[in-house]
Design a protein around this ligand. Structure first.
Ligand SMILES: C[S@@+](CC[C@H](N)C(=O)[O-])C[C@H]1O[C@@H](n2cnc3c(N)ncnc32)[C@H](O)[C@@H]1O
Length: 232
């Protein structure tokens, strides 16, 4: 497997509007386990998001753009509750198939809405922090531009976009580690395609430099975190 360059022509099975809906729903539900194991949001919560929200000294509002099946939003809501922070969470995604699964995770303080970042920005709603997980590697250049610009315009504070870092070790570990979880889902095929589509840190730095001031960190093994400052 040649992982020297991003394979941006690869399409993930779940991005096909005609993909098997049963396998898609199973994939979205099981992302919870995968994201807990690999996404590094526990560390990002402790090091970045929690301190920023705690400093507000009032209830906060956080937006998750491209919330998919909603597991990252729901997990962060649980971490905030555990840590005694009052936070209202909104996950947005224009894909109705993802929204149906996300809404199974809705509860007081955790809402999921069918919209995209550009439409939400136009409503004038603003948030104390804006996050995303596994969205950057999906986007072509024009979508990346508007996604990043929307995220900065929607936030009065932190903007955090988390994603995979492409690499041979990540690829090999995921290929083996996902085997017990993959049955009836797209997790193996799409996870490996995601890795092939993802950035390495210097590539992401270069790409984001065209779109404002961003810092690219490595918060956990095989993970990238783009950190920006909202301008709302
Ligand atoms: C791979 S999924 C990631 C889902 C979820 N965040 C996760 O980690 O499992 C990427 C999602 O981003 C959504 N998306 C892409 N661009 C968006 C935008 N500008 N506004 C809202 N959602 C967007 C897509 O519809 C898709 O469901």
């Amino acid at each position: 497997m040649d992982l020297r360059h991003r394979d941006v022509d690869l399409r993930e099975l779940m991005d096909d509007p005609d993909c098997d809906p049963v396998a898609l729903a199973a994939t979205l539900r099981r992302f919870d386990v995968v994201n807990r194991a690999v996404s590094g949001w526990g560390t990002v919560w402790r090091r970045h998001l929690r301190p920023a929200l705690a400093r507000l000294d009032r209830p906060a509002r956080v937006l998750d753009i491209g919330s998919g099946g909603g597991d990252v939003t729901a997990r962060l809501a649980g971490l905030a509750e555990r840590d005694g922070l009052r936070v209202e969470w909104l996950g947005i995604d224009p894909d109705p198939r993802a929204l149906a699964v996300a809404r199974e995770r809705a509860r007081p303080g955790v809402e999921f809405r069918s919209t995209d970042s550009t439409a939400l920005r136009a409503t004038g709603e603003r948030f104390d922090a804006v996050i995303s997980n596994h969205v950057l590697h999906h986007l072509g250049e024009p979508e990346l531009r508007s996604f990043l610009d929307d995220s900065l315009a929607l936030s009065t504070g932190l903007v955090l976009h988390a994603d995979i870092e492409r690499g041979r070790t990540a690829y090999a570990l995921y290929a083996a580690g996902i085997l017990p979880l993959q049955r009836g889902t797209f997790l193996r095929t799409d996870g490996l395609r995601s890795i092939r589509r993802s950035y390495r840190a210097p590539e992401l730095r270069l790409s984001l430099a065209r779109h404002g001031t961003w810092h690219v960190l490595r918060p956990a093994p095989f993970r990238l975190l783009a950190v920006g400052s909202g301008r709302a």
